[in-house]
Design a protein around this ligand. Structure first.
Ligand code: F6R
Length: 355
Protein backbone atom coordinates (compact mmCIF):
# COMPACT_ATOMS: atom_id res chain seq x y z
CA UNK A 1 0.00 0.00 0.00
CA UNK A 2 0.83 3.68 0.03
CA UNK A 3 1.59 3.76 3.79
CA UNK A 4 -0.53 6.85 4.31
CA UNK A 5 0.86 8.82 1.36
CA UNK A 6 -1.55 10.12 -1.28
CA UNK A 7 0.49 8.59 -4.08
CA UNK A 8 3.13 5.93 -4.59
CA UNK A 9 5.35 8.59 -6.12
CA UNK A 10 5.35 10.64 -2.90
CA UNK A 11 5.91 7.50 -0.85
CA UNK A 12 8.83 6.52 -3.06
CA UNK A 13 10.33 10.02 -2.87
CA UNK A 14 10.18 9.71 0.90
CA UNK A 15 11.69 6.24 0.87
CA UNK A 16 14.96 7.58 -0.51
CA UNK A 17 16.90 7.84 2.75
CA UNK A 18 16.19 4.13 3.27
CA UNK A 19 16.65 3.03 -0.34
CA UNK A 20 19.98 4.86 -0.58
CA UNK A 21 21.13 3.35 2.71
CA UNK A 22 20.24 -0.04 1.28
CA UNK A 23 22.14 0.70 -1.95
CA UNK A 24 25.25 1.58 0.04
CA UNK A 25 24.92 -1.15 2.62
CA UNK A 26 28.14 -3.18 2.88
CA UNK A 27 29.62 -1.29 -0.03
CA UNK A 28 31.65 1.32 1.84
CA UNK A 29 34.64 0.24 3.88
CA UNK A 30 35.09 3.42 5.85
CA UNK A 31 38.15 2.25 7.72
CA UNK A 32 40.05 1.22 4.60
CA UNK A 33 38.56 4.16 2.68
CA UNK A 34 37.34 2.20 -0.27
CA UNK A 35 34.28 1.00 -2.12
CA UNK A 36 33.39 -2.70 -2.08
CA UNK A 37 31.32 -4.16 -4.92
CA UNK A 38 31.57 -7.89 -4.47
CA UNK A 39 29.50 -8.80 -7.51
CA UNK A 40 32.02 -7.03 -9.74
CA UNK A 41 35.16 -8.69 -8.39
CA UNK A 42 35.67 -10.52 -11.70
CA UNK A 43 35.37 -7.37 -13.79
CA UNK A 44 38.60 -6.11 -15.30
CA UNK A 45 39.17 -2.41 -15.88
CA UNK A 46 37.91 -1.61 -19.40
CA UNK A 47 39.67 0.76 -21.78
CA UNK A 48 36.48 2.57 -22.60
CA UNK A 49 32.87 2.47 -21.50
CA UNK A 50 29.71 2.95 -23.49
CA UNK A 51 26.42 3.53 -21.63
CA UNK A 52 23.05 2.77 -23.21
CA UNK A 53 19.69 3.61 -21.64
CA UNK A 54 16.34 5.36 -22.08
CA UNK A 55 14.54 8.19 -20.33
CA UNK A 56 15.51 8.77 -16.74
CA UNK A 57 18.10 6.00 -16.94
CA UNK A 58 19.69 7.84 -19.87
CA UNK A 59 20.10 10.87 -17.62
CA UNK A 60 21.88 8.64 -15.10
CA UNK A 61 24.05 7.46 -18.01
CA UNK A 62 25.06 11.01 -18.91
CA UNK A 63 26.09 11.52 -15.30
CA UNK A 64 27.98 8.21 -15.14
CA UNK A 65 29.86 8.87 -18.39
CA UNK A 66 30.86 12.31 -17.11
CA UNK A 67 32.28 10.79 -13.92
CA UNK A 68 34.39 8.33 -15.90
CA UNK A 69 35.69 10.96 -18.30
CA UNK A 70 36.57 13.10 -15.33
CA UNK A 71 38.74 10.21 -14.14
CA UNK A 72 40.41 9.93 -17.55
CA UNK A 73 38.45 6.94 -18.90
CA UNK A 74 36.88 7.51 -22.33
CA UNK A 75 33.13 7.15 -21.86
CA UNK A 76 29.99 8.07 -23.76
CA UNK A 77 26.26 7.68 -23.29
CA UNK A 78 23.85 6.88 -26.13
CA UNK A 79 20.08 6.68 -26.10
CA UNK A 80 19.39 2.96 -26.47
CA UNK A 81 16.90 3.58 -29.29
CA UNK A 82 19.66 5.37 -31.22
CA UNK A 83 22.35 2.76 -30.60
CA UNK A 84 21.74 0.78 -33.77
CA UNK A 85 21.90 3.79 -36.08
CA UNK A 86 24.68 5.53 -34.12
CA UNK A 87 26.57 2.25 -34.57
CA UNK A 88 29.48 3.31 -32.35
CA UNK A 89 32.78 1.49 -32.80
CA UNK A 90 33.31 -1.07 -30.02
CA UNK A 91 37.04 -1.81 -30.08
CA UNK A 92 38.65 -4.41 -27.81
CA UNK A 93 38.39 -3.47 -24.18
CA UNK A 94 35.00 -1.76 -24.53
CA UNK A 95 32.49 -2.34 -21.77
CA UNK A 96 28.87 -1.59 -22.67
CA UNK A 97 26.78 -0.71 -19.62
CA UNK A 98 23.00 -0.79 -19.80
CA UNK A 99 21.33 1.33 -17.13
CA UNK A 100 17.77 0.09 -16.73
CA UNK A 101 15.67 0.19 -13.60
CA UNK A 102 13.29 -2.56 -14.75
CA UNK A 103 15.87 -4.57 -16.64
CA UNK A 104 13.18 -5.15 -19.28
CA UNK A 105 13.23 -2.09 -21.54
CA UNK A 106 13.18 -3.35 -25.13
CA UNK A 107 15.33 -0.56 -26.59
CA UNK A 108 18.00 -1.09 -23.94
CA UNK A 109 17.94 -4.87 -24.31
CA UNK A 110 18.28 -4.59 -28.04
CA UNK A 111 21.34 -2.32 -27.69
CA UNK A 112 22.90 -4.69 -25.13
CA UNK A 113 22.28 -7.71 -27.36
CA UNK A 114 23.77 -5.89 -30.32
CA UNK A 115 26.86 -4.98 -28.27
CA UNK A 116 27.14 -8.56 -27.05
CA UNK A 117 26.93 -9.98 -30.57
CA UNK A 118 29.69 -7.60 -31.61
CA UNK A 119 31.95 -9.03 -28.93
CA UNK A 120 31.77 -6.30 -26.30
CA UNK A 121 31.54 -7.15 -22.63
CA UNK A 122 28.23 -6.06 -21.10
CA UNK A 123 27.11 -4.96 -17.66
CA UNK A 124 23.62 -4.23 -16.34
CA UNK A 125 23.05 -1.57 -13.71
CA UNK A 126 19.55 -2.52 -12.65
CA UNK A 127 17.07 -2.67 -9.81
CA UNK A 128 15.37 -5.95 -10.59
CA UNK A 129 16.98 -9.20 -9.56
CA UNK A 130 16.64 -11.85 -12.25
CA UNK A 131 15.44 -9.34 -14.88
CA UNK A 132 16.27 -9.90 -18.54
CA UNK A 133 19.16 -7.44 -18.40
CA UNK A 134 20.53 -9.09 -15.26
CA UNK A 135 20.33 -12.53 -16.84
CA UNK A 136 21.76 -11.66 -20.24
CA UNK A 137 24.63 -9.36 -19.34
CA UNK A 138 28.11 -10.62 -18.43
CA UNK A 139 28.03 -8.61 -15.20
CA UNK A 140 25.37 -7.04 -13.04
CA UNK A 141 25.37 -4.37 -10.36
CA UNK A 142 22.13 -4.07 -8.39
CA UNK A 143 21.00 -0.68 -7.16
CA UNK A 144 18.75 -2.23 -4.46
CA UNK A 145 16.13 0.55 -4.46
CA UNK A 146 13.24 -1.80 -3.71
CA UNK A 147 10.08 -2.00 -5.83
CA UNK A 148 9.00 1.22 -7.56
CA UNK A 149 5.27 1.38 -8.37
CA UNK A 150 4.88 4.98 -9.57
CA UNK A 151 5.42 5.24 -13.32
CA UNK A 152 7.71 8.22 -12.78
CA UNK A 153 11.14 6.95 -11.70
CA UNK A 154 12.29 8.66 -8.50
CA UNK A 155 14.12 6.56 -5.93
CA UNK A 156 15.59 4.36 -8.65
CA UNK A 157 17.17 7.39 -10.34
CA UNK A 158 18.85 8.41 -7.08
CA UNK A 159 20.15 4.88 -6.62
CA UNK A 160 21.36 4.79 -10.22
CA UNK A 161 23.50 7.85 -9.50
CA UNK A 162 24.98 6.11 -6.48
CA UNK A 163 25.34 2.88 -8.46
CA UNK A 164 27.27 4.91 -11.03
CA UNK A 165 29.67 6.08 -8.33
CA UNK A 166 30.19 2.52 -7.09
CA UNK A 167 30.77 1.34 -10.64
CA UNK A 168 33.20 4.13 -11.44
CA UNK A 169 35.32 3.51 -8.35
CA UNK A 170 35.34 -0.18 -9.21
CA UNK A 171 36.21 0.36 -12.88
CA UNK A 172 39.08 2.62 -11.95
CA UNK A 173 40.45 -0.30 -9.95
CA UNK A 174 40.85 2.15 -7.13
CA UNK A 175 42.18 0.88 -3.86
CA UNK A 176 41.13 4.08 -2.14
CA UNK A 177 38.28 6.49 -2.69
CA UNK A 178 38.60 10.10 -1.58
CA UNK A 179 37.67 10.58 2.04
CA UNK A 180 35.37 13.44 1.11
CA UNK A 181 33.36 11.21 -1.21
CA UNK A 182 33.15 8.42 1.35
CA UNK A 183 31.92 10.89 3.97
CA UNK A 184 29.40 12.40 1.58
CA UNK A 185 28.04 8.96 0.76
CA UNK A 186 27.86 8.13 4.45
CA UNK A 187 25.95 11.37 5.14
CA UNK A 188 23.72 11.02 2.08
CA UNK A 189 20.65 9.41 3.70
CA UNK A 190 20.50 12.07 6.43
CA UNK A 191 21.03 14.88 3.93
CA UNK A 192 18.18 13.54 1.81
CA UNK A 193 16.03 13.32 4.94
CA UNK A 194 16.82 16.95 5.74
CA UNK A 195 15.60 18.01 2.29
CA UNK A 196 12.40 15.98 2.65
CA UNK A 197 11.75 17.51 6.07
CA UNK A 198 12.37 21.13 5.07
CA UNK A 199 11.48 21.45 1.38
CA UNK A 200 9.42 24.47 0.40
CA UNK A 201 8.70 23.03 -3.07
CA UNK A 202 4.97 22.81 -2.34
CA UNK A 203 4.70 26.55 -1.56
CA UNK A 204 6.87 27.52 -4.52
CA UNK A 205 4.82 25.71 -7.17
CA UNK A 206 1.70 27.57 -6.01
CA UNK A 207 3.19 30.78 -7.43
CA UNK A 208 3.64 29.37 -10.90
CA UNK A 209 0.54 27.31 -11.65
CA UNK A 210 -0.47 29.29 -14.76
CA UNK A 211 2.79 29.48 -16.63
CA UNK A 212 3.31 28.87 -20.35
CA UNK A 213 6.28 26.54 -19.94
CA UNK A 214 8.87 25.53 -17.36
CA UNK A 215 12.60 25.42 -18.02
CA UNK A 216 15.38 23.68 -16.14
CA UNK A 217 19.03 24.59 -16.52
CA UNK A 218 22.27 23.16 -15.20
CA UNK A 219 25.91 22.80 -16.17
CA UNK A 220 28.37 19.93 -15.86
CA UNK A 221 26.98 17.21 -13.58
CA UNK A 222 23.86 19.33 -13.14
CA UNK A 223 23.02 19.16 -16.86
CA UNK A 224 21.58 15.62 -16.52
CA UNK A 225 19.63 16.91 -13.49
CA UNK A 226 18.15 19.70 -15.60
CA UNK A 227 17.05 17.12 -18.18
CA UNK A 228 15.66 14.86 -15.47
CA UNK A 229 13.88 17.72 -13.68
CA UNK A 230 12.11 18.59 -16.93
CA UNK A 231 11.27 14.99 -17.85
CA UNK A 232 9.68 14.30 -14.47
CA UNK A 233 7.81 17.57 -14.64
CA UNK A 234 6.36 17.01 -18.13
CA UNK A 235 5.50 13.36 -17.43
CA UNK A 236 3.23 14.02 -14.51
CA UNK A 237 2.08 17.64 -14.88
CA UNK A 238 1.40 17.43 -18.67
CA UNK A 239 2.83 20.95 -18.85
CA UNK A 240 5.53 21.90 -21.29
CA UNK A 241 8.94 21.57 -19.66
CA UNK A 242 12.44 21.48 -21.13
CA UNK A 243 15.87 20.97 -19.68
CA UNK A 244 18.86 22.76 -21.14
CA UNK A 245 22.58 22.93 -20.60
CA UNK A 246 22.78 26.39 -19.02
CA UNK A 247 25.28 27.58 -21.60
CA UNK A 248 23.00 26.59 -24.49
CA UNK A 249 20.31 29.12 -23.59
CA UNK A 250 21.73 31.89 -25.70
CA UNK A 251 22.08 29.52 -28.65
CA UNK A 252 18.31 29.34 -29.10
CA UNK A 253 16.09 28.55 -26.11
CA UNK A 254 16.41 32.10 -24.76
CA UNK A 255 13.89 33.07 -27.46
CA UNK A 256 11.26 31.16 -25.46
CA UNK A 257 12.00 32.86 -22.15
CA UNK A 258 9.38 35.35 -20.95
CA UNK A 259 7.84 36.54 -17.68
CA UNK A 260 5.56 33.53 -17.98
CA UNK A 261 8.26 30.82 -18.14
CA UNK A 262 9.73 30.02 -14.71
CA UNK A 263 13.33 28.83 -14.90
CA UNK A 264 14.67 26.34 -12.36
CA UNK A 265 18.46 26.71 -12.15
CA UNK A 266 20.74 24.28 -10.32
CA UNK A 267 23.80 26.01 -8.87
CA UNK A 268 26.02 24.41 -6.24
CA UNK A 269 29.54 25.11 -5.06
CA UNK A 270 31.24 28.38 -5.92
CA UNK A 271 33.51 27.48 -8.79
CA UNK A 272 33.76 28.44 -12.45
CA UNK A 273 30.69 26.29 -13.27
CA UNK A 274 28.63 28.03 -10.61
CA UNK A 275 29.72 31.48 -11.73
CA UNK A 276 28.89 30.73 -15.36
CA UNK A 277 25.47 29.36 -14.46
CA UNK A 278 24.77 32.47 -12.39
CA UNK A 279 25.61 34.42 -15.55
CA UNK A 280 22.92 32.40 -17.35
CA UNK A 281 20.48 33.07 -14.51
CA UNK A 282 21.04 36.79 -15.05
CA UNK A 283 20.27 36.34 -18.76
CA UNK A 284 16.84 34.85 -18.08
CA UNK A 285 16.15 37.30 -15.29
CA UNK A 286 16.78 40.15 -17.73
CA UNK A 287 13.93 38.71 -19.85
CA UNK A 288 11.64 38.90 -16.84
CA UNK A 289 11.51 35.16 -16.14
CA UNK A 290 10.93 34.09 -12.56
CA UNK A 291 14.01 32.22 -11.35
CA UNK A 292 13.94 29.42 -8.81
CA UNK A 293 17.43 28.45 -7.74
CA UNK A 294 18.32 25.06 -6.31
CA UNK A 295 21.47 25.76 -4.34
CA UNK A 296 23.67 24.80 -1.42
CA UNK A 297 24.21 28.47 -0.65
CA UNK A 298 27.94 28.49 -1.38
CA UNK A 299 27.64 31.06 -4.16
CA UNK A 300 25.57 34.24 -4.29
CA UNK A 301 23.06 32.63 -6.70
CA UNK A 302 20.22 33.35 -4.25
CA UNK A 303 20.65 37.09 -4.88
CA UNK A 304 19.25 36.64 -8.37
CA UNK A 305 16.44 34.28 -7.41
CA UNK A 306 12.72 34.80 -6.86
CA UNK A 307 12.65 31.62 -4.81
CA UNK A 308 15.23 29.24 -3.38
CA UNK A 309 15.21 25.47 -2.91
CA UNK A 310 17.98 24.74 -0.46
CA UNK A 311 20.15 21.63 -0.30
CA UNK A 312 22.94 20.73 2.15
CA UNK A 313 26.58 21.15 1.12
CA UNK A 314 28.13 17.93 -0.04
CA UNK A 315 30.65 16.41 -2.48
CA UNK A 316 30.23 17.79 -6.00
CA UNK A 317 29.37 14.30 -7.27
CA UNK A 318 26.55 13.95 -4.72
CA UNK A 319 25.08 17.44 -5.14
CA UNK A 320 23.20 16.52 -8.36
CA UNK A 321 21.31 13.80 -6.48
CA UNK A 322 20.30 16.21 -3.71
CA UNK A 323 19.28 18.89 -6.20
CA UNK A 324 17.16 16.35 -8.06
CA UNK A 325 15.22 15.48 -4.90
CA UNK A 326 14.00 19.08 -4.76
CA UNK A 327 12.98 18.85 -8.42
CA UNK A 328 11.13 15.57 -7.78
CA UNK A 329 9.13 17.43 -5.13
CA UNK A 330 8.51 20.34 -7.51
CA UNK A 331 7.10 17.99 -10.17
CA UNK A 332 5.04 16.07 -7.64
CA UNK A 333 3.46 19.11 -5.97
CA UNK A 334 2.74 20.84 -9.27
CA UNK A 335 1.06 17.70 -10.65
CA UNK A 336 -0.89 17.33 -7.42
CA UNK A 337 -2.10 20.95 -7.54
CA UNK A 338 -3.19 20.40 -11.14
CA UNK A 339 -5.04 17.24 -10.16
CA UNK A 340 -3.11 14.94 -12.50
CA UNK A 341 -2.99 11.16 -12.41
CA UNK A 342 0.40 11.08 -10.74
CA UNK A 343 1.08 7.37 -10.39
CA UNK A 344 -0.24 6.47 -13.84
CA UNK A 345 0.25 9.43 -16.16
CA UNK A 346 -1.62 9.27 -19.45
CA UNK A 347 0.03 7.43 -22.36
CA UNK A 348 2.89 6.06 -20.25
CA UNK A 349 3.79 2.59 -18.99
CA UNK A 350 6.16 1.65 -16.20
CA UNK A 351 8.11 -0.78 -18.30
CA UNK A 352 8.38 -0.24 -22.06
CA UNK A 353 8.77 -3.66 -23.63
CA UNK A 354 8.36 -2.67 -27.30
CA UNK A 355 10.91 -0.84 -29.46
C1 F6R B 1 10.71 8.38 -16.40
C2 F6R B 1 10.75 6.96 -16.62
C3 F6R B 1 11.21 6.44 -17.95
C4 F6R B 1 12.19 5.28 -17.74
C5 F6R B 1 12.57 4.64 -19.08
C6 F6R B 1 13.61 3.54 -18.90
O1 F6R B 1 10.18 8.69 -15.14
O2 F6R B 1 10.45 6.20 -15.74
O3 F6R B 1 11.79 7.45 -18.72
O4 F6R B 1 13.31 5.78 -17.09
O5 F6R B 1 11.43 4.09 -19.68
O6 F6R B 1 13.16 2.55 -18.04
P1 F6R B 1 14.16 1.51 -17.40
O7 F6R B 1 15.07 2.23 -16.47
O8 F6R B 1 13.30 0.50 -16.70
O9 F6R B 1 14.94 0.89 -18.55
Amino acid sequence: GKSGYDHFMLKEIHEQPASLRQCLSGRIDELAGHIVVEELDELEAPRRVHFVACGTSYHASLYAAALLRDAGVPATATLASEFATADPPLPNGTLVVGITQSGETADTMSALRDANSRGAETLALTNVVGSTAARECDHVLYIRAGPEIGVAATKTFSSQLIGANLLVEKLLGKTTTSRELIESLRDLPSNVQAILDDSNAEEIVDEYLDSTAYFFIGRGLHFPVALEGALKFKEITYEHAEGFAAGELKHGPLALVTANTPVFAVVTGNDENARKTIGNVKEVEARGAPVIVVTDGQSDAERYADAVLKIPETHERVAPLLANIQLQLVAYHMANRLGRSIDKPRNLAKSVTVE
